[in-house]
Ligand binder design. Structure first.
Ligand SMILES: Cc1cc2nc3c(=O)[nH]c(=O)nc-3n(C[C@H](O)[C@H](O)[C@H](O)COP(=O)(O)O)c2cc1C
Length: 242
């Protein structure tokens, strides 16, 4: 299991080999055994089979090729709708609009998805998360008939890999683990070391070689505001209204 986890690399090119509904079911069923906050199981997965919808999803998430060529095109949604139905059976309604509700549904969905990834990779499939679905969440919600309390968090393509990317070196364990007290003073030195390792990886990898460090990529990425439409979208679905 540890070897499998450490061999993960996103796959963006797939062989033209189908994944049957049975094969998909085996993997998603395993994923469902993830822990779930208060066992709300606050997620839904849209399996996109319809060719036109797949194409539309590709366009709306700026990822046409992957959704077109993957054996499975999935949309992972944070979902309190089912929970609401359960509550309404008992003549009550959910709160739904607190930060906690939003976190519960988002965390549950992310844990399900990552369990799915590990199960899929154990079967020899490759995957790629597609955050691009948050480019056009309103249009994507309409495309798949997502009701209130259901929001698309990310997509995922899955298939038999037609490429094997080198594993990206991660931050040092010491950078992400703090013993007893959070220590930000250690970052400067650690990031310098990581930049060397990361730059070497970027310059030597097979595809899409770059001469950048990790801190440079963060400096390109993190100072920009992104997807500012999300606040209003999430609120329009009933989350975070308070
Ligand atoms: C929530 C999420 C969204 C992502 N969105 C995209 C995406 O839209 N397109 C893409 O090519 N990769 C996407 N990725 C993949 C990341 O770029 C990738 O996981 C990261 O660079 C680490 O590389 P690795 O997965 O090969 O180890 C996403 C990953 C996550 C977790």
């Amino acid at each position: 299991m540890i070897d499998l986890l450490k061999s993960h690399a996103s796959v963006r090119r797939y062989k033209d080999v189908p994944i049957t509904d049975e094969q998909f079911k085996e993997v998603i069923e395993a994923a469902q055994h993830a822990a779930s906050s208060h066992f709300v199981q606050a997620y839904s997965v849209i399996q996109v089979k319809d060719v036109d919808k797949k194409e539309a999803l590709g366009k709306l998430s700026n990822n046409e090729l992957q959704f077109k060529t993957a054996a499975l095109s999935l949309l992972f949604c944070a979902d309190l709708k089912r929970g609401q139905k359960a509550v309404q059976i008992h003549g009550k309604d959910i709160v739904g609009d607190t930060v906690e509700d939003f976190l519960v549904a988002s965390i549950d969905t992310a844990i399900l998805a990552q369990n799915f990834v590990v199960a899929a990779e154990s079967k020899g499939y490759g995957i790629c998360y597609i955050g691009g679905v948050r480019n056009n969440p309103k249009e994507i919600s309409e495309l798949f008939g997502l009701p209130d309390y259901v929001i698309p968090l990310f997509g995922m393509t899955v298939g038999v890999p037609d490429e094997q990317n080198e594993v990206k070196p991660r931050l040092a364990v010491d950078s992400i683990v703090h013993v007893d007290t959070y220590d930000e003073n250690k970052y400067e030195k650690q990031l310098e070391e990581y930049d060397d390792i990361f730059n070497q990886y970027y310059r030597q990898r097979t595809n899409n070689k770059k001469d950048k460090t990790w801190t440079e990529t963060m400096a390109d990425f993190l100072p920009k505001k992104r997807r500012e439409h999300l606040k209003q979208f999430v609120e329009s679905k009933g989350f975070l209204k308070q």
